[in-house]
Each structure stands twice: as structure tokens, then as C-alpha cells.
Design a protein around this ligand. Structure first.
Ligand SMILES: C[S@@+](CC[C@H](N)C(=O)[O-])C[C@H]1O[C@@H](n2cnc3c(N)ncnc32)[C@H](O)[C@@H]1O
Length: 266
């Protein structure tokens, strides 16, 4: 007969399966927080906020009374994960007040340091669809993106402007975060360089950060034509479209970030 400890372990294993089974619900709740701009509503309010106040800040044609039940459930999940803070009001009303945490500050849409575009992209239906083909990739080989969408990701992006924009914004939002750390630690690395080409540089944000820090550098942002076609103008940076598998523009040094690995993934 099984001991009580073994039975306890078996039941714990079962509970962990349920947690894994519903792990997607966490990322979907996070995505909905960004879509509904919950962090921005709290930020604009400037102090902890009640659920009806949060509901009234949501851009919806529905009366608040219809919004509140589903918003309550989403907030419950997000508070449990530490995305938002919740505490009882001190005015004696017993109402729950919601506020930002160090996690939700990264969800602010208009902040310079925001992961909102990355959250929206990573959890979009278009990027989630390939995940349903993982076992098929093991069984047959091949790439999940192609199985889901019928072509490689870069070709898909060149034909689908919504996906292209969402991808480029997702990449760009990490540029400020990563580059500020890189530039403060890799101090002397750029000193002797007069020109720098960022291969697979997206819409040029990371190179713009480098050139702003080292204005003596002439920056060349190199990426696929459909990507540079949407790139903003940055002082000291020129955009060149092409395929790095054929040739890359000449420069004193080449910068590459998150490029080699993804060639294999997609
Ligand atoms: C994961 S993103 C990284 C973007 C940026 N380096 C960063 O770290 O945020 C990969 C980039 O490589 C570009 N890319 C993919 N294949 C390419 C190719 N054959 N030639 C030039 N760029 C390419 C994509 O368009 C995309 O902008």
C-alpha cells in the first residue's frame, strides 16, 4: 500500500500539472492589462484607485456595470502575480484600492522604458499560432512559424504590415533598456570606431542610442527592406535595406544583437 508521503507527492504532481495547463492564463491576463491600459489609467490617476474608477477609465462603449465582473477576475489574477498592488481603503469604506508595482510600471504605454509593445507582440494570435505546432516540428522537422503561416517569418512580415509594425515596435522597446546598460559598461569599446553598421538593427533605435552617446560615430542601420522602410529618421544614422546573407555595408565595426540565434528559430 502507498505511504501517505507518496500519495501526497502524487497529488502535488497533479496540482503542478494543473498549474502548467493554465500557465497561458497569466500571459493572457498580462496582455489584456496592456490592451485595456490598466497601468496607464492608474498612473494618470496618480494615487490608488477603486475598481469602478478603473472601469470608468477603460475605453469601452459598455456601461461600467458590465465591465466590472470580468475586470474583477482579471485584476484578481494580476494582483496574485504581483503585477498590481491591492489594499483595503483607509477611509473605512472597506473598498479595495489598486495601485502600480515595479512590475506594472513596465506596462505603461507612453513610458520611455516600457515592455508593452513586446507583451502585445509575444502574446499576439499570430505569434502564438506557431506554438501549436511544436510537437509536429519534433515529429517532422521544420519550423513552427512556417507550419502555422505557410511561409518564413521574414516573408510573412514583408507581406503583413500589422505584423511587421508589431514586430518592429516590440524589438525597438527593448533598445533603450538594453543599450543604457551596455553603454554604461562597455565604455571604451566604441572609442576607436568612426563608422558602425548594425546588422539586423530593426528600425534603428539601438544604433541611435549608440550614436547619441558617441556622436563621432557614423551609424548605418542595416535590415530587410520592409523593416527599414518604416524606420524613423535618427540624427547620425542612415538606413540601408538588404539581405545580410548576401552582403552587409562596409564600416569599421559590425554590431549584431539577437540575430544569429533567431535565424535558426524561424
Ligand atoms: C530579433 S530582431 C533583432 C532586432 C535588433 N537587433 C534588436 O536586438 O532589437 C532580428 C532582426 O533581424 C532582421 N533580419 C532577419 N533576417 C535578415 C536578413 N537576412 N538580412 C537583414 N536583416 C535580417 C529582422 O528583420 C529583425 O529586425
Amino acid at each position: 500500500m502507498e505511504s501517505a508521503d507518496v500519495r501526497e507527492d502524487v497529488l502535488r504532481g497533479q496540482a503542478q500539472v494543473w498549474q502548467l495547463m493554465f500557465a497561458f492564463a497569466d500571459s493572457m491576463a498580462l496582455k489584456s492589462a496592456v490592451e485595456l491600459r490598466l497601468a496607464d489609467i492608474m498612473h494618470c490617476h496618480g494615487s490608488p484607485i477603486t475598481l469602478p474608477q478603473l472601469a470608468s477609465g477603460i475605453n469601452s462603449s459598455c456601461p461600467d456595470v458590465h465591465i466590472i465582473p470580468s475586470l474583477t477576475r482579471i485584476m484578481r489574477m494580476l494582483v496574485r502575480k504581483g503585477v498590481f498592488a491591492a489594499h483595503r481603503s483607509s477611509d473605512g469604506s472597506e473598498e479595495t484600492m489598486y495601485g502600480l508595482t515595479q512590475i506594472s510600471k513596465w506596462l505603461l504605454r507612453d513610458s520611455e522604458m516600457s515592455l508593452a509593445p513586446m507583451i502585445l507582440f509575444q502574446n499576439s494570435q499570430l505569434l502564438q499560432a506557431p506554438c501549436h505546432h511544436l510537437s509536429q516540428c519534433v515529429e517532422e522537422g521544420g519550423h513552427a512559424f512556417k507550419k502555422a503561416h505557410g511561409c518564413e517569418m521574414w516573408d510573412f512580415a514583408s507581406q503583413n504590415s500589422q505584423f511587421n509594425n508589431s514586430f518592429n515596435k516590440a524589438m525597438a522597446c527593448t533598445a533603450k533598456i538594453v543599450m543604457s546598460t551596455l553603454l554604461s559598461h562597455y565604455k571604451d569599446g566604441f572609442d576607436g570606431i568612426r563608422s558602425l553598421v548594425d546588422v539586423g538593427g530593426g528600425t534603428g533605435e539601438e544604433l541611435a542610442e549608440i550614436v547619441e552617446f558617441y556622436p563621432h560615430i557614423k551609424g548605418v542601420n542595416f535590415d530587410l527592406p520592409h523593416v527599414v522602410a518604416t524606420a524613423p529618421v535618427y540624427e547620425g544614422v542612415s538606413h540601408v535595406g538588404g539581405d545580410m546573407l548576401n552582403a552587409v555595408p562596409n564600416a569599421d565595426a559590425v554590431f549584431m544583437k539577437v540575430i544569429v540565434l533567431i535565424q535558426d528559430l524561424y
